[in-house]
Design a protein around this ligand. Structure first.
Ligand code: SF4
Ligand code: SF4
Length: 427
């Protein structure tokens, strides 16, 4: 038995008691009504793989792929089952089993290993996608029915393709942004890979609000990718390589490392576990992980030194799974939003349930991703917000695409963007 399989079984022993309390919190169970699509069903499957009672094949891994790894099941589990880690290890087993080998798997591997470690390649890829979207090529492909030729799934993927801002908007943030007002310390800041190309405004706002509140913000020149995406999809080798680059990039300083993307922050807080079997890195990873702090968590704990200006808006906060469930941070973003005079926070059903973004879920499982987004739009739409706010790039893009279709005129912003807007609104 490999160390991985043993770890999986040890975690299993921590223990699912099959109570079923997690079922109604699981988005894929609620969509399908199948026990196999529930956390409990998947735990049976993961045990069967680790104990070699079931062979890992293209046919048996469907429910491993269909899991969002949203970790809503962890939040409600009375036994403390570490579901996220179990799924990460299981996906790694699947990756090594040879059950995947097709074209899609090769593309994914190339993206994780050949693109993500190089910011310039991420940029070229974003440029290529923007050219496809904006040059008329996409329109032509849609008109000629070429996208449907690749199947209904491809049409759904196409519909969820995010808009990519022009190159002029994707300006690198300064390596050091000085604090404004009374200095309160310094913070490292993760610029990220894909987020920087697709949502540069959210990064700019996160840095600006930190500076406005008295923090000098330092961004490493190497602009590392944290490895959350490959870890999520079971390419732990690629995730470990990226984690090491990230640790090294921030090691020159000792200040907190502030992360405005919930998925990245969640992965970085778990580096100690990711690198625990590498003697040269285990301690460094643990030390680094202890410095990682979510942007909302950081500001809510420090308190806003700069007074926000008035904004008369109804705001629906859609909780990212990797903030609410993986990092268990729910109050901090709402606290920051509530500090803006004039903001009315409107609650809605399903506020903390997955919007279907889940890393690359809209690419790998487009039908389920679409169904979850439709559900989210119905729920958030009932609250009639002017702005939908979130705190994770994947959710941000997914909600943007949903709002453009179902709630035209409703903006989608990062918490930091609304706060920055409130600072600009001061007279
Ligand atoms: S994962 Fe937790 S909540 Fe779900 S069945 Fe097992 S023990 Fe119960
Ligand atoms: S991680 Fe989310 S989708 Fe996966 S089993 Fe748990 S609740 Fe369901």
């Amino acid at each position: 038995m490999s160390a991985h399989e043993q770890k999986l079984l040890d975690l299993k022993a921590l223990d699912c008691v099959h109570c079923g309390l997690c079922l109604q919190s699981c988005p894929t169970y609620k969509l399908t009504g199948n026990e196999a699509s529930s956390p409990r069903g998947r735990i049976y499957l993961m045990r069967a793989f680790a104990e070699k009672r079931m062979e890992i094949t293209a046919e048996t891994i469907g429910e491993v792929d269909a899991c969002l790894v949203c970790r809503a099941c962890e939040t409600v589990c009375p036994s403390g089952v570490q579901y996220g880690e179990m799924m990460e290890l299981t996906r790694d087993l699947v990756e090594k089993s040879g059950a995947r080998s097709g074209f899609a798997w090769r593309v994914k591997r190339w993206f994780f290993r050949g693109v993500l470690p190089h910011p310039s390649r991420v940029r070229w890829l974003a440029l290529g996608l923007r050219f496809f979207r904006e040059s008329g090529l996409r329109w032509l492909a849609q008109k000629l029915g070429l996208i449907e030729l690749f199947g209904a799934k491809m049409a759904l993927r196409d519909a969820l393709m995010p808009a990519i801002p022009p190159l002029a908007e994707r300006v690198e943030p300064p390596l050091v942004t000085p604090a404004r007002g009374e200095p309160r310390g310094a913070a490292g800041f993760l610029v990220g890979c894909v987020a920087h190309e697709l949502l540069p405004g959210a990064n700019r706002a996160a840095i600006s609000v930190l500076a406005e509140n008295g923090f000098e913000v330092r961004c490493p020149s190497s602009r590392p990718c944290c490895g959350a995406l490959p870890a999520h999809f079971g390419d732990l080798e690629a995730a470990r390589a990226l984690a090491k680059q990230t640790i090294a990039a921030f090691e020159a300083d000792q200040e907190p490392v502030v992360v405005s993307s919930a998925g990245c922050g969640s992965a970085m807080k778990e580096y100690g576990r990711l690198l625990e079997h590498e003697p040269a890195w285990a301690e460094r990873a643990q030390r680094f992980a202890a410095r990682v702090v979510d942007w909302n968590e950081f500001l809510a704990a420090k308190g806003l030194a700069a007074r926000p200006g008035r904004l008369e808006v109804r705001v629906a906060y859609s909780e990212p799974c990797h903030l609410a469930h993986a990092q268990r941070i729910s109050a901090a973003p709402k606290q920051l939003l509530a500090a803006i005079p004039g903001v009315t926070l409107v609650p809605f059903a399903g506020q903390d349930s997955c919007c279907g973004a889940a890393g690359l879920y809209s690419v790998t499982e487009p039908e389920k991703s679409r169904a979850l987004l439709t559900q989210k739009m119905d729920q958030v739409g009932a609250a009639k917000p002017d702005v939908i706010v979130t705190a994770n790039p994947g959710c941000h893009l997914q909600l943007k695409s949903g709002a453009a279709e179902a709630l035209p005129g409703t903006e989608v912003l990062h918490v930091a963007e609304l706060l920055e807007r409130s600072y600009r609104a001061r007279s």
